[in-house]
Design a protein around this ligand. Structure first.
Ligand code: PEP
Ligand code: MN
Length: 342
């Protein structure tokens, strides 16, 4: 249920309504609007008639049922678009957010060289996996905490915030100690216990769509994080599995306009995992920006032929730099600006 407060409702009115919602066994989520505040009362759907008493309270304008199953993620509850701020970087605002870096953290030299290169090219956030979800248990699984330390060293040197994946709740405290943004990988999209745990952290979460996740399921997974009190969720499309095998996955670009009508959450496109070959990454990156993406996540490796994971889809730093230049007219046409311009 959404409780719409009157424009002239006082903080005391708001406080009383929040208390009442809690008394009734629901969780209040206050959304501070420019003109008025609204409160999402989230809880047992079957009992929602009990909330009706709130309609008579001072300062309350109306009670509006939330029709969508994803509630806090929906535009019904929050009309203003969410902007996630990470240090100096903003995701979901006017700026196009560029996240770049290697698939895996491998060595100190590899990490520092890549971080310096993507920073010089104009990226705003540095990525790298220390815990890797690999199809084969015999493939490189990541450096673990040593990898997190190397990412932190790259942040210290370049000033770029970092993002890295957490694979299971056991490692969450460790990963959250190092990273600026927590990444939930495609394979964990419905790991609900992990989603709940990251929902209890104070770090923004980049949630990747699964290989066979509908957009409704995607938002339901985001809802698990939001409902635990973490409002900073970034959605990331990284390709879905279809009958086509010429590319690693199929990039579902239509998710951008569709999700924008369903949700206020920012959307990042990862063309690298979608296409699986570096040759196709630039075209899909340009298309994603033209379609209104809030950001891009791109894999970059100084020596892709030696990469321990995802070498074939990684751009060399020079190609990455050229791509960011090619993006400029698309960014302008989409009504955004490149990070370096701000
Ligand atoms: C990654 O970002 O390196 C990754 C493993 O992505 P995904 O979860 O989308 O496969
Ligand atoms: Mn990868």
């Amino acid at each position: 249920m959404i409780i719409v407060m009157q424009a002239d409702a006082t903080p005391e009115h708001l406080e009383k309504v929040i208390k009442k919602i809690e008394e009734l066994g629901y969780t209040p989520h206050v959304i501070h609007g420019v003109e008025r505040n609204v409160i999402g009362a989230i809880g047992d759907e079957r009992e929602k008639a009990r909330l009706q008493v709130i309609e008579t309270m001072s300062g309350v304008e109306a009670l509006v049922p939330i029709l969508k199953p994803y509630k806090l993620a929906s535009l019904e509850v929050k009309k203003e678009r969410t902007v996630v701020t990470v240090r100096d970087a903003e995701i979901g605002g006017k700026e196009l957010m560029i996240i770049a870096g290697p698939c895996s953290v491998e060595t100190k030299e590899q990490i520092l060289e890549t971080a310096r290169a993507v920073k010089a090219a104009g990226a705003s956030i540095f990525r790298g996996g220390a815990f890797k979800p690999r199809t084969s248990p015999y493939s490189f699984q990541g450096l673990g905490e040593d990898g997190l330390k190397l990412l932190a060293a790259a942040r210290d040197e370049t000033g770029l915030p970092i993002i890295t994946e957490v694979l299971n709740p056991r490692d969450l405290d460790l990963v959250a100690r190092y990273t600026d943004i927590i990444q939930i990988g495609a394979r964990n999209i419905q790991n609900f216990s992990l989603l709940k745990e990251v929902g209890q952290t104070a770090k923004p979460v980049l949630l990747k769509r699964g290989l066979a996740t509908t957009l409704k399921e995607f938002l339901m997974s985001a809802e698990y994080i939001l409902s635990e009190g973490n409002e900073e969720v970034i959605l990331c499309e990284r390709g879905i599995r279809t009958f086509e095998t010429a590319t690693r996955n199929t990039l579902d670009l239509s998710c951008i306009p569709v999700l924008k009508r369903m949700s206020h959450l920012p959307i990042v496109i990862d063309p690298s995992h979608a296409v699986g070959s570096w040759q196709y990454v630039p075209a899909m990156a340009r298309a994603a920006v033209a379609a209104g993406a809030d950001g891009l996540m791109i894999e970059v490796h100084p020596h892709p032929e030696e990469a321990l994971s995802d070498g074939p889809q990684s751009l060399k730093p020079e190609r990455f730099e050229a791509l960011l230049k090619e993006l400029v007219p698309f960014v302008t046409a989409a009504g955004k600006r490149m990070p370096a311009e701000s």
